[in-house]
Design a protein around this ligand. Structure first.
Ligand code: GLY
Length: 356
């Protein structure tokens, strides 16, 4: 009886031929970012379109589409990834990223500042090594040189440095909310201060399905603001920040990495999909588990199931995202809580909700 859950779907059962959904993080709506909204929407649309262009080409793979879409987000300086990465407590920038194809090939990097596009370095780990996760600059420099991949220091943008200074200067005023156990440690790192890590978490990611039924998921982040140096989050961990399996679906998460890791969020979404639950219901179910166990305001997740149905769910105020698949004439973007969101329910080919 279980056999039917493990089969690749027939073409007739699929809702779409190819498509991509990208995200730019989940979190609270931060007052004052109003002027940034248009920019965020435009970058998300550019990212979805970049991935979609690859999927549209004959032989365009979901792996290439996900990598390219995430590179656009990493290069934008708008989200917390690549050039827009947040800073650690010591003012350093270190990234985590991972990518996984539906045949279970995967690669990841953690705590790395030697690549401007961490998602591409994660793909290199997948394709050029026998390992899944490599961590730390020293060893990633050696690996990059060994495979002829450029070593390009990831430096913080001017805006992120300003935000870092502002965060530090306001630390003493706030109570520690996010990391109560780190409180004493933080005092060691910054003598005399009482840090309060901000809630903002604009990790980026993408999931895609191509015309040969192959799925892929990817994610990239600078991690959480004012994290302890050495911290590695969910975005480097297969099953937590991403998961993909052609027999179930693909998922990419964003939010508080420590919480996402505790519930293996993306593997949970994919397990629901494997047993026949559609992408939207699977995202909702996995987010409900996280909310029940760890509370609201912790994460968001996007997914595509093996039939090509899309889903997006969150327990945060915002989940910034864009998607496009081949029945749509342009990508749809949702950033603000009030933005119309047809990805809330599984769309289908010719669905009137997609005519916008
Ligand atoms: N979700 C990204 C992080 O917590 O590092």
């Amino acid at each position: 009886m279980l056999d039917s859950f493990f089969q690749v779907p027939k073409m007739a059962n699929r809702t779409t031929d190819y498509g991509i959904i990208v995200h730019g993080g989940a979190g609270s709506f931060v007052p004052g970012v109003g002027s940034e909204i248009a920019k965020r929407k435009s970058v998300l649309a550019k990212s979805a379109e970049a991935g979609y262009r690859i999927l549209k080409k004959r032989g365009g793979s979901s792996l290439d589409a996900v990598e390219e879409a995430i590179r656009v987000l990493e290069d934008s300086e708008v989200f917390n990834a690549g050039s827009g990465s947040s800073l650690s407590l010591e003012g350093t920038v270190t990234a985590d990223a991972s990518i996984m194809a539906g045949n279970l090939s995967c690669g990841a990097i953690g705590n790395v500042s030697v690549s401007k596009n961490p998602i591409s370095l994660a793909r290199k780990v997948m394709e050029r090594s026998d390992h899944i996760l490599l961590v730390g600059d020293k060893d990633l420099i050696k690996f990059s040189k060994a495979i002829g991949y450029p070593v390009e220091p990831l430096s913080p943008s001017a805006l992120r440095v300003l935000q870092y200074r502002r965060n530090l200067s306001t630390m003493e005023k706030g109570k520690v909310r996010a990391w109560p156990k780190n409180y004493k440690l933080l005092r060691e790192y910054l003598e005399g201060s009482s840090p309060r890590p901000p809630e903002q978490a604009d990790t980026v990611g993408a999931v895609a399905i191509d015309s040969t039924f192959n799925l892929c998921a990817g994610v990239s982040t600078g991690g959480r603001w004012l994290k302890l140096p050495g911290r590695v989050g969910d975005s480097a961990l297969i099953g937590a920040g991403i998961y993909a399996d052609n027999l179930s679906g693909a998922a990419s998460a964003t939010g508080a990495g420590e919480e996402i890791i505790r519930v293996s969020l993306c593997k949970s979404v994919c397990d629901f999909m494997r047993f026949g639950v559609d992408a939207q219901s699977a995202c909702d179910a996995a987010i409900k588990i996280l909310t029940d166990r760890r509370g609201v305001g912790t994460a968001g997740v996007v997914a595509i199931d093996k039939y090509g149905r899309f889903g997006a769910s969150r327990n945060t105020e915002m989940l910034q995202r864009a998607f496009r698949f081949n029945s749509m004439s342009k990508s749809h973007v949702a950033v603000l809580p009030a933005d119309k969101d047809p990805s809330r329910e599984p769309p289908y080919l010719g669905d009137p909700r997609l005519k916008f």
